[in-house]
Design a binder for this molecule. Sequence first.
Ligand code: ZN
Length: 509
Amino acid sequence: MKYTSRKKWILGSFIGLAAVIIAVVLFFRYEVDHILGGNTEVVDASQFKTLSGPLAITNTSILSTDSESMQVNQTVLIKDKKIESIGRDISIPDNYHVIDGTGQYLIPGLVDSHVHIKKSKNDLLLFVANGITHIGEMTGMKEHFQWSEEIKGGSLGPDIYIASPKITSLKGMRPTFRSWFEKRHQNYTTPLDGREAVRKYNSLGYDAIKISSDLSAEIYFAITDEAKKIGIPVIGHLPVGLGMEDLYKSGQSQLAHITSITQSIMYDFGGISSKNYKDFLDYLERNSDSIAIKLKEKNIVISSTVWLHGTIHKQGYNLPDFLKTINLEYMNPGWVEGSIVSRGWLPGNNSYEDPSNIDPESKRLSEVYWQNYVEAEHIMTRALLHNGVTITAGTDANGACGVIPGFSLHDELESLSEVGLSNAQILHTATLAPAKWMGSNAGKIEVGYKADLVLLKKNPLENIKNTRTINAVITNGKLLDRAVLDKILQSIKEANNKSRKINIDAFTN
Ligand SMILES: [Zn+2]
């Protein structure tokens, strides 16, 4: 009798413990899904009326293939998702739908080379509504392959270049725990495991191996070596503690941020403090050209993400005002709100917000730090440009606070203008340069190229802000006019509002 009740007690305890473990796992899974945007109502993209079939855009100005000028009074014929012919006096077959492009400007579809779409399918629509027809997903997950296939099969969305999950080599249980719940981050602790990961992601069809800054030198070189053997590019950050010489010899072919370079140079310089910023900037000025020459020689492509760093001090000390300058209502509410597993964007849980913001001295020092950080980034950007290094416009949309998919690329282009790039150079960084890097047959208006196009009301060569004046987008053989683009944006706003736990009215205009 006694024995049986003990058995029952043990069994009961096991069941109780299992129930607690299941509840904890489900709770974390829900919270992770929430911050990744997976709990937001998904907008049904099939409701949007698009026009497919052969198309003629008549009497419009088109961006020349070197991005330097507009060729006026051109007609562009589009068939089977490709540019069929371009000219002044071409005859238009009867079955072509005609769009009068008079007074408008046709540019290639824009490319954001650094985004994170996570579990938020609505973001695909946000990109298209902002004229972005191709994205570089920097922490891929298996869902992204499915979405990419759906888009190729006719669903609405940009083309997607999919990098592997982000590879780290951190110690302790936390990264392993994170890998279980968030598949887009994977931790490997030995060089052999790192090599195995490269082979696995290559065989799964990822376009590149994405590495993080939290990677040991030993595993970094094992990964780059294995990737070289297989022929898959390694992209992302330069691991903390490694210098530019390590990068040159590694075979890594892309850096995810211009600041990956300046941070490494800061490290070589011996660190920076509030007293030696000026010396650091002088050091950088002296060395930036030789670094850029070497990057060019090694054919290393750099994604920009310049706008983000210019906002960090504002987010730290004047967050409510900053939030009013972005289109917060379109941002996936899960990411904006954050959760127990990760911070969000709002006051009280924004990762850039400084808890010491009541102290004027901290505020002043932060301002000096970020001004110089951004200045260093600008010095390096200009050196890259002068030495012909390929820069691709990238935003880190969804990857960092304040960076909204779609809208942020236009912010990035304006920042590149402030750095000193000409409007033609900027358009190149957001069209042909990233398209080439991703191996896509898009990025310029030429016969045979993919007909990913944006029709603008105003000329972006006169003012880069004019990339925002979108009248129509053509992507994957579909034409979306302004009315449809507005409907998409409205639907996303409504879906977000239905899925919110926190009201954001105080932070929007
Ligand atoms: Zn990123």
